[in-house]
Design a protein around this ligand. Structure first.
Ligand SMILES: Cc1cc2nc3c(=O)[nH]c(=O)nc-3n(C[C@H](O)[C@H](O)[C@H](O)COP(=O)(O)OP(=O)(O)OC[C@H]3O[C@@H](n4cnc5c(N)ncnc54)[C@H](O)[C@@H]3O)c2cc1C
Length: 332
């Protein structure tokens, strides 16, 4: 029987560089590997990996396995699951950490099924049980109203981790590590999907997931014009604008702005929820914010239970005064 050893991070690469969640997973994975006194391994797959393998070492990996193949140009379930199944069987890591990204959400469950093992998705905290060395996997449940910790005695243990749940280490270019290519035979006939077009999301300013300040609007904003005022405040705060589901469903804002259970998960320093009631499905996406400020005309709105500061009243009156005060304070 294989001996399962090491903490493996599945790294995602864009334009020859690691995406931010991979650097976070390497930071969190490093801590787990140190606790276990085992290696931190990074697996990278793609057609051109560029600087990413060296970057993975700078961010904490001891070993980086690379699979480079023209057939891996775009993420496709069939090819990537085949690669990862072989990698896991050959390397036998104790655990595999993936990001809770579009790729991680697709790859992790399929891989777990192929390997006949269990999986926890959307984890926000990972730790090692000192006795069993098993991974304790904490994730929100019941739409973010509670947390549950899972563990499994089947190896390897697979988890996807929420963005910003872990912190990257400061990159150290002088760190030494090993880069080892792996060859995986891919049969083009077995890849059942074809990527016809890739559309890059245009983001003016800060990306929602990376923003330290977010001004989010809900149904009570009333239409697309109201969001212009939210954009102005976001600009003053050098942040981004988000929304609850109704503005996105009503096409007042792009779908990519939706925050929540079926939208994005954000963890900014400051989250200003304007005319948002605070449904559990919305809070599932923003409850990791350090400070929530709520503006709502209903004093009983659920969002006030989560908020550190709140203002009760019509947002149309409160927001301009709030923005003026922020401008004044920032001007020093
Ligand atoms: C499976 C599932 C998944 C879901 N996923 C998501 C998700 O990802 N994200 C999400 O957001 N929702 C999601 N929802 C929907 C969620 O349940 C709520 O319906 C939604 O979050 C409500 O959005 P809201 O707070 O903007 O609207 P409402 O609940 O209608 O609240 C509007 C608020 O605006 C206030 N208001 C109105 N006018 C003003 C004013 N002039 N000034 C100040 N305040 C005002 C009101 O007092 C009220 O509190 C999901 C639901 C389901 C079933």
């Amino acid at each position: 029987m294989a001996e399962y050893k090491g903490v493996m991070v599945y790294g995602e690469v864009m334009d020859g560089k690691l995406i931010s969640i991979t650097t976070e997973l390497l930071g969190g994975g490093r801590r787990l590997a140190d606790e276990l006194k085992e290696d931190l391994i990074c697996i990278l797959a793609g057609d051109k990996l560029g600087e990413a393998p060296k970057q993975a070492i700078a961010y904490g990996a001891d070993k980086v396995y690379t699979v480079e193949d023209a057939l891996l140009k775009d993420y496709q379930t069939d090819s990537y699951v085949t690669v990862m199944e072989k990698v896991i069987k050959d390397i036998s890591p104790r655990m595999l950490l993936l990001g809770q990204t579009a790729v991680g959400r697709d790859l992790a469950p399929r891989l777990a099924f192929r390997l006949g093992i269990s999986l926890s998705m959307d984890c926000i905290e990972l730790s090692i049980d000192p006795g069993t060395k098993q991974l304790q996997q904490t994730r929100p449940v019941y739409g973010g109203n509670a947390r549950a910790t899972f563990t499994s005695d089947i190896s390897p243990q697979i988890v996807t981790v929420r963005q910003k749940a872990m912190s990257p280490l400061p990159p150290d270019e002088s760190r030494k590590g090993e880069i080892a290519p792996i060859k995986v035979e891919l049969d083009p006939a077995k890849i059942r999907t074809k990527v016809l077009e890739t559309v890059k999301e245009e983001v003016a300013g800060v990306k929602l997931e990376d923003a330290q300040s977010i001004v989010a609007g809900g149904r009570g904003i009333g239409g697309p014009d109201g969001f212009k005022q939210l954009e102005e405040l976001a600009k003053i705060l050098k942040g981004a604008v988000g929304a609850s589901r109704p503005p996105s469903d009503n096409k007042w804002v792009p779908e990519s702005w939706q925050i929540g259970l079926t939208g994005k998960i954000v963890t900014p320093e400051l989250y200003i929820a304007v005319a948002i009631s605070g449904a559990s499905q919305h809070l599932a996406g923003c409850s990791g914010a350090k400070n929530i400020i709520a503006i709502n005309k209903d004093p009983e709105a659920n969002i006030f239970k989560e908020a550190r500061f709140g203002a009760v009243g019509d947002w149309k009156q409160i927001l301009p005064a709030f923005a003026d005060k922020v401008k004044e304070l920032l001007a020093g």
